[in-house]
Design a protein. Structure first.
Length: 278
């Protein structure tokens, strides 16, 4: 496949860990110039040093996506260093799943979730919008979730933030056709990232699993014990159980590695045997 990412300037939020880190490394290897934003200064230092050691071009900017001024600075640093912003990956997010009855334990995390998952995405959009319009082209990728597709027990607040991401993305696409491409990415569960660390009540995942809850949990426990059948851990088998982070990253890369005139506007990435009901 043609490499359209060579020399592209790509801002990645949440770049110090998880999807963002993997994505930054992979697209750097394809020749993109990376502007890595994250609140984790230590993680930023590590990824910038690693990418540079491999011959890549990258700058790291300590950034809290909930602060619009810090997001503007991230965009300004991109233009200052590389003279353009071709792609923004709004990746930063948290997932504090909890029932409403858990509110005393969950309220602080829910507020943080709203700030990061909604305000952070909006701040990202507005920080690069004018530069992309000035350039006459750009591409914004927003990480949503299947939780944004439909209400679930235990996913009310998190799902609402991801539904908001979908609305923000679609309205941006409508307003910016012919100038800014917009892609919504809706991942399913990807256990091998740190996203699940924010879950307040583990029972809240049952809303996503429905009647498959018992089966899923037994598979998950077997996976942690290293006892899953090989068919469920083999990405080339139809029973593949849990999405690998790199598989999701590869699909994001597919969406952004397109000719200027082709926009992949919405993708859902699943393991074929995941068992989720939405």
């Amino acid at each position: 496949m043609t490499n359209y990412l060579k020399d592209k300037v790509v801002i990645v939020t949440g770049a110090a860990a998880g999807f963002g880190e993997i994505l930054s490394r992979k697209i750097s290897a394809m020749g993109s110039k990376i502007v890595a934003g994250d609140i984790d200064q230590k993680g930023l230092t590590k990824i910038t040093e690693d990418v540079r050691d491999r011959g890549g071009e990258i700058i790291g900017v300590a950034t809290d996506v909930t602060d619009r001024n810090q997001m503007r600075r991230l965009a300004e640093e991109a233009v200052k260093e590389f003279n353009a912003i071709d792609i923004l990956i709004n990746n930063a997010g948290i997932m504090p799943l909890a029932f409403y009855s858990d509110h005393q334990n969950a309220e602080d995390s829910w507020e943080r979730c709203i700030d990061i998952n909604i305000k952070g995405v909006l701040n990202g959009i507005t920080s690069v919008h004018d530069q992309m319009i000035k350039q006459g082209e750009g591409h914004i990728v927003n990480l949503a979730s299947i939780y944004g597709n439909y209400p679930t027990a235990g996913g009310g607040v998190y799902g609402a933030t991801k539904a908001a991401v979908i609305f923000l993305s679609e309205s941006l696409r409508i307003e910016s056709q012919g100038k800014i491409k917009v892609t919504i990415v809706r991942p399913t569960g990807v256990p091998a990232t740190n996203l699940g660390a924010g879950i307040i009540n583990p029972a809240a995942v049952t809303g996503l699993l429905g009647e498959n809850t018992a089966s899923y949990m037994s598979k998950f426990e077997a996976a942690e014990a290293g006892q899953l059948p090989s068919s469920m851990t083999d990405i080339n088998h139809i029973e593949y159980f849990a999405l690998d982070p790199e598989s999701l990253v590869d699909q994001i890369i597919y969406a952004i590695n397109q000719p200027k005139g082709v926009a992949i506007s919405d993708i859902t990435v699943r393991a074929s045997g995941d068992g989720y009901v939405i």
